[in-house]
Ligand binder design. Structure first.
Ligand code: AMP
Ligand code: GLY
Length: 431
């Protein structure tokens, strides 16, 4: 059997879940995570590497004879880490800079969807200097609500749903003047508002072949019942019953495979995780957005359901042989509840001791997001989203109960979690 030295890039709950899954592979030799977190250090060696400095990453890979680099977050992918490392002969699981534009530029993603007939909301794009044209367009030609989006990565803060023209004017002002948003907005996309329920489909592609992995629902808002501020995601569950098997087959046939085919036709073949955010509208599923990597917290519920060796799957994919792999998934449901710091997504304290992780019931998995080890070698909080507590069960209800049985055992000052993760999936079952 081939043995691989692996470098995983990232430091969140998604990366702990990736590290957990990769470390179970008999193919794994040395395993490094940069920069990682106290959770990933249970599975490999965390290393202090500046992941934005691609030259340093290459040096590390050459010194430590890395066979495969797995990239967790979107920023390095959008910045071209894959191309940079590939130029040195280093294999990377994750799309090239050109392919990652599906996430890195909303106007690019829309242009691909419109060109290849992939179902999505109608849209128009305006450059920064065309703001007066945009205002005229909004006042004369659209039916509200509409959605305004900044073109580039904006950590979930670049999408504005406008109920009327006043809203739209207010948000355009914000987009033009807010320092962070403005940088992500050389182009503004105006999109039709889609009504429906959202679900995310995850697939894996080697550039030609694409295979289904799972589908999940995230809970983006801080408050129960989906109210309050947007967050990175307060919990997820998978599989999400809102998509029936027939709908899923249809999504693979009409959306996911055509996307991969489109990227191949554009000569930017897509290798990596295809994460497709969908709206289930009255006209069927339509694409809300593409992401070029696993979701966080979706990875935390998808990876535990994967029975296929993740490292082997990624390595085979990088070698262009996904066609020959069968992907085996557990039939159980998985639910992940995020435990967050008091104040998140606003400001929050750090350095608070965390207790009870070792007391969670059997089978509950705890993935770390924002944690660190303090000078007394104690585990403390170090971020907004602190932990992900994952339960499983042969019904969604049991998975939810299992996850919350774990949450109850863990504490830190001001710990906050939503109590309704997974509930919206329960209405599809008569229990
Ligand atoms: P995005 O970053 O494009 O995924 O947008 C973030 C969130 O905004 C999505 O998860 C949706 O809840 C919402 N959203 C984006 N585009 C639309 C749309 N065209 N219609 C309705 N909601 C949308
Ligand atoms: N859970 C949302 C994301 O990863 O983008």
């Amino acid at each position: 059997m081939e043995h691989l030295n692996v470098l995983l890039i990232g430091s969140g709950g998604r990366e702990h879940a990736l590290a957990w899954a990769i470390s179970q592979s008999p193919m794994l030799d040395h395993f490094y995570i940069a920069p990682g977190n106290p959770g990933t250090s249970q599975h490999g060696e965390n290393i202090d590497l500046d992941i934005d400095d691609f030259e340093d990453v290459v040096d590390f890979c050459e010194t430590h004879k890395i066979d495969l680099v797995v990239v967790g977050p979107e920023q390095p992918l959008v910045d071209g880490i894959t191309d940079y490392l590939n130029d040195y002969g280093i294999n990377v699981f994750g799309p090239s800079k050109g392919a990652a534009m599906l996430e890195g530029s909303k106007s690019y993603a829309k242009s691909i969807m419109h060109k290849y007939g992939i179902p999505t909301a109608g849209s128009e794009v305006f450059e920064r200097h065309e703001i007066s044209m945009l205002e005229t367009y909004l006042s004369e030609q659209v039916n509200f609500p509409v959605v305004l989006k900044v073109d580039g990565l904006a950590a979930g803060k670049g999408v504005f749903i406008c109920d009327n023209l006043d809203d739209a004017r207010k948000y355009i002002d914000k987009i033009m003047n807010d320092v962070d948003l403005s940088a992500a907005a050389p182009i503004i996309v105006v999109e039709e508002f889609m009504q429906g329920e959202e679900v995310s489909v995850f697939a894996i592609s080697d550039g030609t072949t694409v295979k289904y992995l799972s589908h999940a629902q995230d809970h983006k808002r801080i408050g129960e019942g989906d109210i309050g501020l947007n967050t990175g995601g307060m919990g997820a569950y998978a599989p999400a019953p809102v998509l029936s098997q027939d709908m899923l087959d249809d999504v693979m046939k009409r959306i996911i495979q055509p996307t991969v085919d489109a990227m191949a036709s554009e000569e930017t073949p897509y290798l990596g995780i295809v994460y497709c955010g969908l709206m289930i509208t009255s006209e069927g599923p339509k694409v809300v957005e593409y992401n070029c990597r696993f979701g966080d917290p979706e990875a935390q519920v998808i990876l535990p359901s994967l029975k296929t060796d993740l490292l082997e799957l990624m390595n085979t994919t990088v070698n262009g042989k996904l066609e020959y792999v069968s992907i085996d998934l557990d039939s159980d449901y998985f639910c992940s509840v995020v435990m967050a710091s008091e104040g998140y997504p606003g400001s929050y304290p750090k350095g608070l001791p965390i207790t009870g992780i070792d007391d969670v019931p059997e089978g509950v998995i705890v993935f770390h997001s924002g944690t660190s080890i303090d000078e007394n070698a104690d585990l403390v909080t170090n971020g907004g989203r602190v932990l992900n507590v994952v339960g499983r069960g042969d019904t969604l209800k049991k998975a939810i109960v299992h996850a919350y049985s774990g949450v109850q055992k863990i504490s830190f000052d001001g710990a906050y979690h939503r109590r309704d993760i997974g509930e919206k999936g329960l209405r599809y079952f008569s229990e």
